[in-house]
Structures are given as C-alpha cells and as structure tokens.
Design a protein around this ligand. Structure first.
Ligand code: SAM
Length: 232
C-alpha cells in the first residue's frame, strides 16, 4: 500500500467519531497530502502571501509564522505540518505551539526529512543556491526558487532528529501513535531524472548506512503525536 494512503487511513481512524473537525494546515503552501471530511473546517497558516493566494482548499487563511503565532486556545482536532519544520530556524517553537493548540485526544501529523540521512546531511550542509540548482537541473523545475516558490530556505535543525521528536513528545504529554519512514529519493524516481544520480546515489547510500552501523536512515519520515488524557 502506498505510504501516504496508509497514513491517510491511520488519520481517518484516529479522527473517527469526531464531528465538525477543525484542522490546521501549518505551513499549508498550496498543496495538501491529507484529506478531510467535506464538513471539516480547515485553517491554513503560511508565512508566504503568495502561497496562501495559490491555495484553493482552505476554509480560512492566516498569514503568519507558525513559530510565533498565538492560537490562544486548544482548538484543533488535527494539525498537519508537512515538509515545513525543516524550513524553520526554531522548529521547537512551532512544535510547542502545536502542542498547546490541540485538544485532548487530538493529533499532530508531521512529515519531514530525516536529518540523519544522506539526503538530510547533504541538504543541511549545502547552501540554498545549490538547492535551487538541484531543483532546476535535476528535477527539471525551470522557475524553482523564483517568486516565493520551492525550494524554500532550509535549516533542517538537529532538534528535528527522530530521537529529539520522541523526547519532545514525552515532555509535552504527547505520545507517538504512528511512525513510518521512506526514501523519497527512491531509485525509480531518480532514474527518470538524472543518470548521474541514478548510478551514484544508491551505492553511496548503502555504503554510508553500512559504515554508520545503521545510524543513517531513510530520507524522510512521518510521525503522528496524540495528546491523550492518559498521557497527561
Ligand atoms: C515545502 S513547502 C510545503 C507546503 C505544503 N505543506 C506541502 O506539503 O505542499 C513549505 C511551506 O512552509 C511555509 N513556511 C516557511 N516558513 C514558515 C513559517 N515560519 N511559518 C509558516 N509557514 C512557513 C512556506 O511558505 C511554504 O509554503
């Protein structure tokens, strides 16, 4: 089963029985991976006005910074933060904000790159102009980096390590109810884009995973954190 479909079915189960769902898409951009019931009220917050303008599925739009925006009360049944935390200089502030903004039994769905992976390390330690060139010449997106479009500046802080997120969950009365990881640079994906990457990436990845004794992992992961009364 496709990893995103699997995640969607876990989210559906966790939200099962809730009516009038209030959802937050944190760093919504213009696209969504997780779908909700048609009655759900979906608020999107993004720091880019342009991205908010391009977004056509939201019930309400907020122009703001998820590290500092004050949601005031625990109002959300679900918060989705998909490929955003890596773009924040202080992702731990956003995570704390999310923990305060969800109701009991509600969930935070995070999708992000694994800093302790080949892709993660290359992304973290290369400059933004390199990411732009990669998007333009490897992924073939001609206007990449222009006019408030991807790639967005990337920090990928070590505080986003899987272990650090587990610690964050424990310290904030959350528990991890789902975890999955995957390689976004899977070989079929690369094959169609770049021959050089195709012949070098997989052997390099296997070599690095071996010499790191398994410490380097898959490129990306999903995690769902749930605030439960039990965890309080
Ligand atoms: C890679 S895009 C992901 C967009 C969307 N979540 C998706 O998965 O397609 C990152 C988004 O985060 C937004 N962003 C970056 N820093 C932010 C911040 N501090 N507060 C809110 N949004 C932010 C960007 O404007 C951009 O729309």
């Amino acid at each position: 089963m496709d990893k995103i479909l699997q995640l969607q079915s876990v989210v559906n189960k966790l939200l099962d029985g809730k009516t009038n769902i209030k959802a937050l898409e944190a760093g919504c951009g213009s696209y969504r991976f997780i779908q909700f019931d048609k009655n759900a009220y979906v608020i999107g917050i993004d720091i880019s006005e342009k991205q908010l303008q391009l977004n056509s599925y939201l019930s309400e739009k907020i122009l703001g910074d998820i590290q500092y925006y004050d949601f005031q009360n625990p109002i959300f049944d679900v918060i989705i933060c998909w490929n955003v935390l890596e773009h924040l200089p202080k992702p731990e502030l956003a995570l704390e904000n999310f923990a305060k903004a969800i109701k009991d039994d509600s969930i935070i769905v995070l999708a992000l790159p694994n800093v302790l992976s080949l892709k993660g390390i290359v992304t973290k330690f290369t400059p933004h102009w390199f990411h732009i060139l990669f998007y333009r010449y490897i992924w073939g997106i001609k206007n990449a980096g222009k006019n408030d479009t991807a790639p967005f500046k990337c920090y990928l802080k070590f505080s986003l390590r899987i272990q650090a997120i587990k610690r964050f969950a424990i310290n904030n009365s959350l528990r991890i109810v789902y975890f999955d990881n995957y390689d976004v640079m899977d070989i079929d994906h690369i094959r169609g884009r770049s021959k050089i990457l195709y012949v070098t990436y997989k052997p390099l990845m296997i070599f690095l995973k071996t010499i790191s004794f398994g410490k380097l992992g898959c490129s990306d992961f999903f995690v769902i954190l749930q605030k439960t009364q039990k965890a309080r």
